[in-house]
Design a protein around this ligand. Structure first.
Ligand SMILES: [Fe+2]
Length: 366
């Protein structure tokens, strides 16, 4: 990638492809003290008020800077590196490659809690691991009720849901969700009926005296890639049909229509939703439904297969942080007569973890 000049025009060249950079694009990036507030990096001018026929009067290029003056009397000295960065669409998170994993995964991404570690390199490593594997487990988190609120807000900010700012996972009478019983929970994603679905779930173990109640995780990304390789028709139909996910209780009805496998604009994995107690496929053609039902059965088989599932016990002081767009989670059943099992959970958004990761990278020059 490089920048070239010709007749008061600026070109961006990448792999033999040459494109002219619009003069207005450069004009919007004027960066003198009178144009940019250095602390916030926010513009002190409104680019919609700039005259439309912006032209370049003078140009000069050094090894690290591009200097431009425009026909409205302004000028800019831009770092080449910053211009190239904008063109290469560099995104710290997308650069972290997802690692496919299954039940053979040995290292469960343990990180030890320390006071103020949210500002330290270990948090950067934990977040990087989170984006690679879709989960991390923090050990030795203070065993205090509601501590999860402090923890979550130290990484991002809590995303409140219909279950409140945070929720208590223990069996209780008249539950409005199977999570609040001692029954086994098959692998599922949370809140598939929300728009948007809460991104990251945290579960903090306060008490766990029972022998069952093991936590389970499945990598939806690994399973999806397997389906794509071996059952392309199933993969395609699950990427195509929008299913109605629904949650009903006494005070609210929540619904969202979405594909069970959602792809991004480049047809790459973006999100899975799976909660077979809450999904309602629309009445599409019988042939399509035929295929859809086979596909749902197959993906359910894979999600529930021991081949893809890791199973582990959460001990008091453990805090599991997992990607609800990528992983499925569940638990084995337990006998509440054996003792107490008490977890507290909450959700945070992606942009808060992304923001912290970028902040730590900048701050620690990583
Ligand atoms: Fe859940």
């Amino acid at each position: 990638m490089k920048i070239e000049l010709k007749d008061n025009q600026v070109f961006f060249e990448n792999h033999g492809l040459k494109k002219e950079i619009h003069p207005f694009w450069l004009r919007e990036r004027v960066n003198g003290n009178e144009f940019i507030d250095k602390k916030t990096q926010q513009r002190l001018f409104d680019p919609t008020q700039i005259q439309e026929d912006i032209k370049i009067n003078n140009l000069s290029l050094s090894s690290d800077h591009l200097e431009v003056s425009f026909n409205d009397g302004t000028s800019a000295k831009l770092l080449i590196q910053n211009i190239l960065k904008e063109f290469s669409n560099i995104n710290e998170i997308k650069e972290i490659n997802k690692v496919e994993w299954d039940s053979s995964l040995k290292n469960l991404n343990y990180f030890e809690f320390r006071e103020n570690f949210f500002e330290e390199e270990v948090m950067y490593k934990a977040l990087t691991s989170f984006y690679k594997y879709g989960f991390v487990i923090f050990k030795k988190v203070p065993i205090e009720k509601n501590f999860i609120v402090n923890f979550a807000n130290s990484i991002g900010s809590i995303r409140r849901t219909n279950f409140g700012e945070f929720f208590n996972v223990k069996s209780k009478p008249n539950p409005n969700d199977l999570a609040y019983t001692s029954l086994a929970l098959a692998p599922h994603t949370d809140n598939p009926y929300r728009n948007p679905v809460p991104c990251i779930q945290m579960l903090h173990c306060i008490e766990n005296e029972v022998s069952g109640g093991l936590s389970t995780l499945v990598d939806g990304y690994t399973v999806t890639e397997k389906l794509k390789k071996e059952f392309l028709d199933y993969y395609n139909i699950l990427c195509e049909i929008k299913v109605r996910f629904q949650f009903v209780d006494q005070s609210i009805i929540l619904e969202d229509w979405a594909e069970m496998i959602k792809l991004d604009e480049n047809k790459n994995f973006k999100q899975v939703r799976f909660s077979p107690r809450l999904d309602f496929v629309p009445l599409v053609d019988k042939e399509k439904l035929e295929l859809y039902y086979l596909a749902r059965k197959k993906i359910s088989e894979l999600y529930n297969s021991d081949k893809y599932k890791v199973e582990f016990k959460l001990f008091p002081g453990d805090l599991l942080m997992m990607d609800n767009y990528r992983l499925l989670h569940g638990r084995t059943s337990y006998n509440s007569n054996e003792g107490k099992r008490f977890l507290q959970g909450c959700y945070i958004d992606y942009d808060s973890t992304e923001g912290r990761l970028k902040h730590l990278k900048r701050k620690l020059s990583l």
